[in-house]
Design a protein around this ligand. Structure first.
Ligand code: DHB
Length: 294
């Protein structure tokens, strides 16, 4: 049995499609659901239309991906019929939101909650925009933001935290004190990679964020730090590609496990594959429920 509960929401699998990977339309998110994901997350939705960065914006590196896509979005008011169609998604939907000010987040959350996503993810940790990590790196700003959003939202709120900060446990604690219902961690690890011969940055934006197995150990360490700091549930992600990885993330203290870059390395059916691998390991090690693993 790999069903689980998160913020009172029932899921058939602990595996969640991470934000930014395939979460751009209802039809694609339904394909991910059909391929075994327990929940899906949208690409982060922002205040106004934005193009994103020039190419190269995503490249493969050893054991991971390196991206600076730059938060492209139609803007929350320009999503056409997509929002009305959210109710067709076959698994719980996590709506990811970003902004440049508290007012942006509040407006977007107020608007999107009419379309009844199961959870709202506050992306306060994007390394690929000048002010993308402004909130997530500051306990004070994070607290103000979470309080403001909670005041208008009837839907559970889950800030997504960055590993690029001094003390992720402290930020998580501020989120909890301010009323957050869950924590999502980690976003990508910020880095500037320079081409060794050409001496220019690999990505058009200059810097970018790393994901995939190369950041898994960092993700596990940060989730453990958060687990020690708060009681609210955690959606843990960063480099999870196999059932063994997912179980390690549950043992670190997560209730749900996100998969992003893994879709690139193992295909859209990675969710089915990892569900099966989790079941095999549970059978071998004598676990009957995911709760026992935690
Ligand atoms: C992008 C990257 C992120 O890590 C994130 O959290 C949101 C957006 C991007 O470049 O589009």
């Amino acid at each position: 049995m790999i069903n689980t509960t998160f913020c009172k929401i029932e899921l058939q699998s602990p595996l969640v499609l991470a934000s930014g990977i395939l979460g751009t339309s209802v039809d694609i998110m339904n394909r991910v659901a059909e391929n075994g994901a327990g929940a899906v997350t949208t690409k982060s939705i922002g205040p106004i239309e934005r193009q994103g960065h020039n190419n190269p914006s995503v490249i493969e590196i050893e054991n991971g991906l390196y991206n600076a896509v730059g938060l492209p979005t139609p803007g929350y008011l320009n999503m056409g019929d997509e929002l009305k169609r959210w109710k067709e998604i076959k698994v719980p939907l996590i709506a990811s939101v970003y902004g440049s000010s508290i007012r942006d987040y509040v407006h977007i959350v107020e608007y999107l909650q009419k379309y009844k996503p199961s959870i709202i993810e506050l992306n306060i940790s994007c390394p690929n925009k000048d002010d993308g990590m402004m909130f997530g790196a500051s306990p004070r700003l994070t607290s103000q933001l979470v309080r403001a959003v909670k005041a208008v939202s009837s839907i559970p709120i889950m800030p997504k935290l960055t590993p690029n900060c001094d003390n992720i446990g402290r930020i998580a604690k501020e989120c909890e004190k301010s009323g957050a219902d869950a924590i999502c961690a980690i976003n990508t690890v910020q880095k500037t990679i320079i081409h060794p011969e050409l001496k220019v940055p690999l990505l058009a934006y200059g810097k970018g964020g790393i994901s995939g197995p190369i950041i898994r150990e960092i993700a596990l360490e940060k989730v453990k730090e958060i687990r020690e700091a708060v009681k609210i549930p955690i959606l843990g992600l960063g480099g999870i590609t196999t059932g063994e990885d997912a179980i390690e993330m549950l043992k670190a203290g997560a209730t749900l496990v996100g998969i992003g870059s893994g879709v690139y390395s193992r295909g859209i059916d990675i969710f089915k594959k990892v569900n099966e691998e989790i079941k095999q390991i549970m059978k071998k090690e004598g676990y009957k429920t995911l709760g026992e693993i935690k």
